[in-house]
Write a protein that binds this ligand. Sequence first.
Ligand code: ADP
Ligand code: ZN
Length: 536
Amino acid sequence: MQNPLQLSLQTSLKQHFGFDHFRPGQESIVVDALAHRDLLAVMPTGGGKSLCFQLPALLMPGVMVVVSPLIALMQDQVRLLADNGIAATFLNSSLKAGEGGERMGALLRGEIKLLYLAPERLLSSEFLDGFLPRLAEAQGISAFTLDEAHCVSEWGHDFRPEYRQLSRLRERFPQVPVYAFTATATPRVRSDIIRQLALREPAVHVASFDRHNLYYAVKPKTSRTYGELLAQARAGGAGIVYCLSRKRVDELSQKLRADGIAALPYHAGLDAETRSQNQERYIRDDVSVMVATVAFGMGINKPDVRWVLHYDLPKSLEGYYQEAGRAGRDGEPARCTLYFGAGDIHTAEFLIAQKLDPVTSEPLLEEQRQARQQLRQVLDYAETSACRRQVQLAYFGETFVGPCGACDNCTTPRVTEDWTVPAQQLLSTVARLAKLNQRFGAGHIIDILRGAKTEKLIRQNHETISTYGLGKDRPVEDWRHLARVLKHEGLLGETQDGYPVLTLTAGSWQVLKGERRVELAAPPKAEKAPPRGRGN
Ligand code: ADP
Ligand code: ZN
């Protein structure tokens, strides 16, 4: 049975937006918003956040002020609302002189329910001390909605210092509730939002981050990768190709065009006009493929993206989730493919090692540590033979029990091989060195296994270690892959000793004693490492 409030909400939903049902999570957010209390709502991209504040805005007296970081995003939302016959407007610097005044007049007369503003504008004294108090007096302000609220947090992926200042709204208008919305789900960002915005006992809603219509796959990066990309592009549907560097974006978009695909580039190195033109043409379906760096995406409202392909390894799993999540916002099936080669790891490690203090050139240790941790989570995802969805959602603190039926590992389980013997060889090398009170990084351990004759090895007299040369038939890449997987699974430890060194864990001993087997999915095929020193 539905109670009267639910029934009337559903009627309003139909009346204003034409939808028959709420999506999961929407209704309870709307109910809390209508109760006039602070709110933090975390919902995945495409989950339908906008409606959660737009509907309350229509049902509450007064004007709702919506803060949004991007002008394009505001214009988009106002246009969509206008299509539904909802009185909304935005004020920004792109307006001609008279136009702004006219809109303010309409607001003061109560003709408009939603006002979109960029944070800088809202925080200007012209607004904070001038227009807003007048508006509050004339019509009342129903709530402040802060869209993309993760921008207040340095732990998010899109920190904007001006967002911090938004806590001044609370001081200036203590009676008006604040609604914070974001698609960033990490608990740290969540608590940061509450603190930075001084939310008062907020109702916290965290929707599931499972995007059930997305199919996830990871493929090895090989000489065939471009051909696979081309086939994907030719199969039709709008797509996004994410690359790490601007150079790669330019090269790849040219190459696709030469092969008859309507593709455009997008990265921060293009001038603002080209960027907005390219984006506009993509949204209008003039072109079907956008080749881009991560600069492309936030606030791009294109619901029918059918595939997102990562040509390079993303920097974090959170980033990957957001970027891949730009596919299928309309709820229809879409495909997310990550290409991954051993060369990507070298590039990522190289870029991390380059994080230096601009003044002293000292390494930024804390940043490097964080970046390494993020890289490791990405590798966990890429190299897992478990359900990809399960690994992603676990990262957001959500328990999802696979198989999901919509990822490569669930639909075509990867062939696993028994790697117990090489694992024992590697671990016993670490154990033998430990007996000598010595600790080394993976590189040196692998040199021992492969019977290398490096100067360091000879100097240390490590040719006498009994595992010396036992693994010379396996390529270095296989050994590196094994070491990484052992680390991910907690069967091998790594600590800092000026540089990372391998150590044994309780799990290592289980493997060494033959109590535990090591199964490995076939490693990604080795790719020639790209030339170094080419960053974003
Ligand atoms: P978000 O801001 O969370 O990424 P949007 O608010 O842009 O997502 O919504 C994504 C899409 O879902 C939009 O096209 C929107 O019209 C649609 N949508 C939202 N709520 C519903 C609903 N209850 N029923 C059907 N479609 C909905
Ligand atoms: Zn799965």
